[in-house]
Design a protein around this ligand. Structure first.
Ligand SMILES: Cc1cc2nc3c(=O)[nH]c(=O)nc-3n(C[C@H](O)[C@H](O)[C@H](O)COP(=O)(O)OP(=O)(O)OC[C@H]3O[C@@H](n4cnc5c(N)ncnc54)[C@H](O)[C@@H]3O)c2cc1C
Length: 449
């Protein structure tokens, strides 16, 4: 008979964390000094192995740690693509020297990262990428174009995929680099999306230089390294992104908050007002909770504006709650299977598909509850405050932003269709689409452009 017991977060770990926070948290520290303490103690990315500044915890427990840090009232880990993607990838494929060079700077927030994967003609077909890297002594010279590079304008380093051998089939000639972003060969042009934010960018690489010791894994074996990044992207986004709530200070030397006071980034308890930019910290925290299927935001608004008695709204709230619970239980199930030495194939893909679905449910439910006022959206702080004052509804700007953002998760980190293809082919064993791209040299394949 199957054992259906679900393991719970290790109380011992949370007790140790609490004791540590009591002794170490000081809101007067700079962000840099606080993150140095948090990261070196293994609390920034506790799911990393112990030789990579982590504690070897499960992803589910790591989310509990992040939540406990936020609940304590301390600034959370340096969130971003460094912590979510680069650190676990380098921990898995890098040398110990690279782990000490790159992962240490990520968990302590000293450097921020972006992901230089997608190109104008290589998104879903990522292995069709055309950016070239050619060795030049102890450096590589890189030419090409990337696009949709989130936070590229604030990054110290980029996870770069480049073609190093066009004479072999496309998956075999790709190499993975840690590319310095601040250099003359890199031109970053922000793209503004419909949320009003310029989250992502076009990145043009013209004779950009990458040192040879920044090559992660082996030459021409970057596809396996990239798959580790993608698996972490799917699993991490599926669990609600990054290391959880607990602050929105920005890591890194380019646009980071390292010199600011750590206490300024801590969200105030519900109903209170936060110091510094805490109100926007509270907004980000609410967004993250909603992305994990939290119903609080929607239920509170429905109670306030009288729609909580509407049977369709109640049904929507129940659906959202169920999907949130399914995600949580799947996380616990995966944790207990992994603790027993097993795995559940396809779980990162399923988690990411669930998160996309939760976002669409949240969008539709939020707009149904908001009614006509859901048509009001602002792109800056003043506008958001004006809408909140005019409607008497402080959560409205979060709802509209969530609704506009809801289209993104079904695209980034691999589209919903691509996730389903992967589940079909790699988990269910369905036949692949017939093509010759695993046997024909990349240089001889038909190109998208
Ligand atoms: C908010 C956001 C942030 C992003 N951030 C980054 C980032 O930081 N770094 C980065 O490198 N990229 C980033 N991306 C890019 C993202 O990874 C790509 O947009 C995504 O992989 C899809 O690629 P594409 O846009 O080229 O669409 P295409 O690949 O052209 O796909 C177009 C449509 O065709 C469908 N399709 C394609 N191939 C198949 C197939 N074989 N079977 C079935 N359907 C198929 C797709 O599902 C989609 O609906 C981001 C995207 C978004 C929206």
């Amino acid at each position: 008979m199957t054992d259906t017991t679900l393991t719970t977060p290790t109380d011992q770990v949370l007790d140790e964390l609490h004791e540590w926070l009591v002794a170490q948290w000081d809101p007067e520290l700079t962000v840099a000094a606080w993150w140095e303490r948090l990261g070196l103690a293994g609390w920034s990315a506790p799911s990393l192995p112990t030789n990579a500044y982590g504690r070897g915890l499960s992803r589910t427990d790591a989310v509990q740690v992040a939540t406990a840090i936020a609940d304590f009232g301390a600034l959370g880990a340096p969130n971003g693509l460094g912590l979510l993607l680069a650190a676990p990838t380098i921990a898995a494929h890098g040398t110990q020297a690279q782990i000490d060079r790159y992962v240490r700077a990520i968990v302590t927030g000293q450097e921020s990262w972006c992901q230089l994967f997608s190109e104008p003609a290589a998104g879903s077909d990522l292995a069709g990428l055309q950016t070239r890297a050619v060795r030049d002594g102890d450096e590589w010279i890189v030419n090409g174009q990337k696009v949709w590079t989130s936070n590229g304008q604030k990054a110290d380093l980029g996870m770069l995929l480049a073609r190093t051998d066009p004479g072999v089939p496309k998956h075999q000639g790709i190499t993975y680099f840690a590319c310095p972003m601040v250099q003359p060969g890199i031109d970053i042009r922000p793209l503004r999306e419909m949320t009003g934010r310029a989250l992502f960018n076009e990145v043009f690489l013209t004779d950009a230089r990458v040192p040879d010791d920044a090559l992660i894994g082996e030459v021409n074996h970057g596809w396996a390294v990239a798959n580790t990044t993608l698996a972490n992207e799917r699993a991490g986004l599926g669990s609600g992104g990054g290391s959880g709530a607990g602050g929105i200070a920005i890591p890194g030397t380019v646009g980071g908050d390292l010199g600011r006071r750590a206490g300024a980034f801590v969200a105030a308890p519900a109903g209170g007002s936060a110091s510094g930019n805490g109100s926007s910290a509270a907004r980000e925290t609410t967004m993250l909770q909603a992305m994990r299927g939290g119903v609080g935001l929607f239920a509170d608004l429905a109670r306030r504006n009288g729609t909580a008695t509407d049977p369709l709204i109640r049904q929507g709230l129940a659906q959202l709650y169920i999907w949130g619970e399914l995600g949580r239980m799947n996380g616990l199930r995966l944790k207990s299977v992994k603790e027993a030495g097993g795995d559940i194939p396809g779980m990162p893909n399923i988690s990411k598909l669930s998160m996309s679905h939760i976002m669409r449910l949240s969008r539709d439910l939020g707009m149904s509850i908001a009614g006509a006022s859901g048509m009001l959206h602002a792109y800056d702080v003043e506008g958001r405050e004006a809408i909140a004052r005019a409607t008497g509804e402080p959560s409205l700007p979060v709802l509209t932003e969530l609704a506009l953002l809801a289209q993104a998760p079904s695209i980034y980190g691999g589209t919903d269709q691509v996730q389903r293809n992967i589940i079909g082919e790699r988990v269910l064993g369905l036949p692949k689409e017939p093509n010759n791209d695993r046997t024909t040299p990349f240089a001889e394949l038909a190109k998208n452009v």
